[in-house]
Design a protein around this ligand. Structure first.
Ligand code: FES
Ligand code: FES
Length: 212
């Protein structure tokens, strides 16, 4: 779309250019040959929490998300970064028994918390029943969303059993049942671009039926 001739665009662009020139003139940009002062170091703070039953003691830039602490500092790369904006659920982990999007949470907020990642749900030698069911029902294709899906699926069944209400209930004061509608609603924050949703539901239904 051409913006030529649009008075508001022209005005706005001129404004931006003028502001840039003004900021250079007041000394925001160093002149040629002038030394550049070092950037201030980012603030860091210590934080300790447990991850999959093991203590983790870190000193982190205060802006570090829990997701980056897990992946970049603790090398637990099972937890995935999809959107980094709380929209896809790929980064889901369980903190003190509740699932959260680890990209939306600063690591420093988790002092003393117990974090469970996909690496703590099960291991190749000892898979969790939900992992076994995902394999059996083909609950994944590329697998990128799968760690988050499994952490959510395990939590969802726990939430339903504990009577945590959801939007799928007509009466939120009633105890929720483990139905497809309940599971779909509660899993709606976990996006799968491969579209394995029906297989994921089958896996969850099997685990729910088995009472695991
Ligand atoms: Fe956290 Fe998408 S990476 S919700
Ligand atoms: Fe590929 Fe879900 S299995 S995004």
């Amino acid at each position: 779309m051409s913006t030529q001739g649009s008075p508001s665009f022209t005005l706005s662009r001129r404004g931006v250019l003028a502001a840039g020139a003004a900021s250079a003139a007041i000394g925001g940009i160093p002149k040629e040959g002038e030394s550049v002062p070092p950037l201030p170091s980012p603030a860091t703070m210590p934080v300790s929490f447990s991850v999959n039953g093991k203590p983790a003691d870190l000193v982190l830039d205060t802006r570090t998300t829990l997701l980056d602490a897990l992946r970049e500092h603790l090398k637990l790369t099972g937890t995935k970064k999809g959107c980094d904006h709380g929209q896809c659920g790929a980064c889901t982990v369980i903190v003190n028994g509740e699932r959260i999007n680890s990209c939306l949470s600063l690591a420093l907020q988790h002092q003393g918390d117990e974090v469970t990642t996909i690496e703590g749900i099960g291991t190749p030698a000892k898979l969790h029943p939900m992992q076994i069911a995902f394999i059996k029902h083909d609950g994944y294709q590329c697998g990128y969303c799968t760690p988050g899906q499994i952490c959510s699926a395990v939590s969802v069944l726990s939430e339903i059993r504990r009577g945590v209400p959801s939007h799928a209930q007509a009466d939120i004061t009633a105890r929720p049942d483990i139905t497809n509608a309940e599971m779909r609603e509660r899993m709606s924050g976990n996006i799968c671009r491969c579209g394995a949703y029906s297989n994921i539901l089958e896996a969850m239904a099997e685990v729910a039926g088995a009472g695991a």
